[in-house]
Design a protein around this ligand. Structure first.
Ligand code: ATP
Ligand code: MG
Length: 614
């Protein structure tokens, strides 16, 4: 993965401007069915444990719902028997009640523990998948999908799923189960009372549906509003240097205030929906209880209903209606979890635009020297967001040749380099390495063969030595030091507090831009690739430093194929051949001396450069 690790300048989200619309749906529509498929694939490996958890809940509910029955029995049988001098039934009821309470507690504990394990496993799996998948996606994906979005996916969205799994789901299953148990009990106790209770579920159901529809909209708006707040926050802090330098604070404050307020507003809307729902459902529930008490009392008075049965029915009704409020809350977490899952599914449904070959081809065995031939064969390419950058590009670089590419800003030089490193695939035509299409090469083999060093040499957290060893992880300390010496980095590394074991901290904060480039060079050298691409790789070095690197390069590049992109023409001196590129086309191609002697664009450039030195 050397090319990717030495050259992530283009992937660095910190250096990218934010794209205007922070809303995911516009960026990444979730394909139909992807959410359900994701859910299935998450639960499939846990099927056995889900079953055990469900069984525990069934048992627990059966035990819990025995309570009111025991009360009815106590009122109608045990108390009269007690009055008549028979203590037996009351003792049995009391013991039964205690036993049920103990069993319910034990089962509840077992259920919560089992459910927690299921939800932890699901979340662990999901976080891992998001990370692996995001990392595997191609560069162009990361150019569209900002790091703030990715962070929001793996934090807020996973968190709302956690809420659903840890609290909401349990709630829903409990509500449904108790509904089934209690309805059965009520009907069994007294058909009439049971019928009234069931009838009350018609308006309640309508309320729930209404709430679900309205809250769904509100919750989706809320979750995108939260994501927008996070995206703005992360991107501002990542770009804190330019924010300072250009005094963007006030603009950012204003932007953030808008997003923050929108979030607050959506939160308020959600609470309002909730309040409406709770009010409505309580009204229905209390009306039903009142009706049953009234009718039940008449029937107790005329002797068609036992008092104990009425008491049990009222107890059951309370249990039946109690969770209705919480059902609303559950629906909340269900709605936001569904919205989150949809967004995660959208991310996971993305496929790399630069896919691994299904039947990879091998490179032919290396020739007498390590270099390989590079051919751009009728390549056309444009970025997703812009016009065509390379209209039709043909170029052959024989194995072992060092080619310098010069040209004005925006001419397409870096694009050429990125195509050769296969960060992108051409829309038309082929890029060939020793006759093999890059698309047919296994990615590890490609990364071994082609290494790119860019201007913004990226350092990982870890030591200097570890950073150089990224080029070849099995390299020993001697090889690491030899690479650093060859490139002229040894002296400054030795002068660091812990030498090669100095921690570079986050993003190489401790060492300068030029020193970072030297480390990146050492890394590339250690990687020992067939094709080396240097894109402005010496731009941060001072003239002596650049000279030193060039001298080293002259030996390093010998026999390798190299593409050296540079604005400073001094770099060109080590090249066998110079290409001048303008607007995606090669306008001059020849040996440096030949071009300098000519009358073309390069001769002009060279003359201007000479004059500037004098
Ligand atoms: N990631 C990208 N997305 C969209 N357009 C891009 C992207 N990168 C480059 N471009 C566009 O492609 C064109 C060529 O860019 P490229 O980076 O290849 O130029 P360059 O020759 O390397 O320039 P420079 O000398 O400034 O580095 C430019 O017009 C640029 O705006
Ligand atoms: Mg460039």
């Amino acid at each position: 993965m050397t090319a990717a690790t030495t050259a992530p300048a283009d992937q660095e989200p910190e250096d990218r401007p934010t794209d205007g619309d922070p809303f995911d749906r516009d960026v990444l529509p979730t394909p139909p069915g992807a959410t359900a498929a994701l859910l299935r694939s998450l639960l499939a490996p846990l099927r056995a444990r889900v079953s055990v958890t469900t069984l525990l809940l069934l048992l627990q509910q059966a035990v819990v719902q025995a309570g009111p029955l025991l009360v009815a029995y106590a009122i109608d049988r045990a108390v009269p028997a007690f009055r008549a001098g028979d203590h037996g039934p009351l003792v049995v009821v009391a013991a039964g009640y205690l036993a049920c309470a103990l069993a319910a507690g034990g089962l509840q504990f077992a259920f919560v523990a089992a459910a927690a394990r299921v939800s932890q496993d699901v979340l662990l799996d999901l976080r891992g998948r998001i990370f692996r998948h995001a990392q595997a996606l191609s560069v162009d994906f990361h150019e569209r999908y900002t790091s703030g979005r990715l962070i929001s996916r793996s934090t807020t969205d996973v968190e709302s799923l956690r809420e659903l799994l840890d609290e909401g789901l349990q709630e829903l299953v409990t509500v449904i189960l108790s509904f089934v148990y209690i309805s059965a009990m009520l009907l069994w106790l007294d058909l009439g009372l049971g019928g009234v209770a069931l009838a009350s579920f018609v308006p309640l159901y309508a309320l729930v549906r209404l709430y679900q529809r309205r809250a769904g909209r509100v919750y989706r708006a809320r979750s995108t509003a939260i994501a927008a707040v996070i995206v703005k926050f992360v991107e501002t802090m990542n770009g804190i240097r330019p924010v300072r330098a250009f005094r963007r604070e006030a603009v950012n404050d204003a932007d953030f205030a808008v997003l923050n307020q929108r979030h607050e507003r959506t939160n308020g809307d959600a609470l309002l929906e909730m309040a409406r729902y709770v009010t409505g459902s309580r009204l229905v529930a209390n009306t039903a209880v009142a009706a049953i008490v009234l009718w039940g009392a008449y029937r107790v008075a005329d002797g068609t209903l036992a008092l104990g049965v009425l008491a049990a029915a009222v107890l059951y009704l309370r249990r039946l209606y109690d969770p209705i409020d919480r059902l609303g809350m559950f629906l909340n977490s269900y709605q936001s979890a569904a919205a989150s899952l949809e967004k995660i599914a959208g991310l996971l449904a993305q496929t790399p635009s630069v896919p691994e070959p299904s039947a990879p081809r091998q490179l032919p065995p290396a020739g007498e020297h390590p270099g390989r031939e590079v051919v751009f064969d009728g390549v056309r390419f444009g970025y997703r967001t812009g016009g065509e950058v390379l209209p039709r590009f043909d170029l052959t670089i024989p194995a072992g040749q060092t080619v310098a590419v010069v040209g004005s800003t925006g001419a397409g030089k870096s694009t050429l380099a990125k195509l050769l490193a296969r960060f992108y695939d051409p829309s038309d035509g082929r890029v060939l390495l020793d006759g093999v299409d890059l698309r047919d090469l296994a990615v590890p083999e490609l990364r071994r063969a082609v290494v790119m060093v860019t201007q913004e040499a990226f350092l990982f957290s870890g030591t200097v030595a570890e950073n150089i060893a990224v080029g070849r992880p099995d390299a020993g300390r001697e090889e690491i030091e030899r690479a650093a010496k060859e490139i002229g980095a040894h002296d400054f590394i030795s002068a660091l507090p812990d030498g090669y074991d100095t921690d570079v901290r986050k993003r190489g904060g401790r060492i300068s831009a030029g020193q970072r480039q030297l480390v990146a060079f050492a890394r590339a050298l250690l990687a020992d690739p067939a094709v080396l691409i240097l894109d402005e790789a010496t731009s941060s070095l001072d003239i002596p430093g650049e000279r030193a690197v060039q001298r080293a390069m002259a030996t390093v590049l010998k026999g390798r194929t190299a593409v050296v992109i540079a604005h400073r023409l001094s770099t060109v001196e080590i090249a066998d051949r110079v290409l001048v590129m303008e607007q995606g086309k090669i306008v001059e191609d020849g040996e440096p001396a030949e071009l300098v002697a000519g009358t073309g664009r390069f001769a002009d450039l060279h003359r201007a450069w000479r004059d500037s030195l004098a």
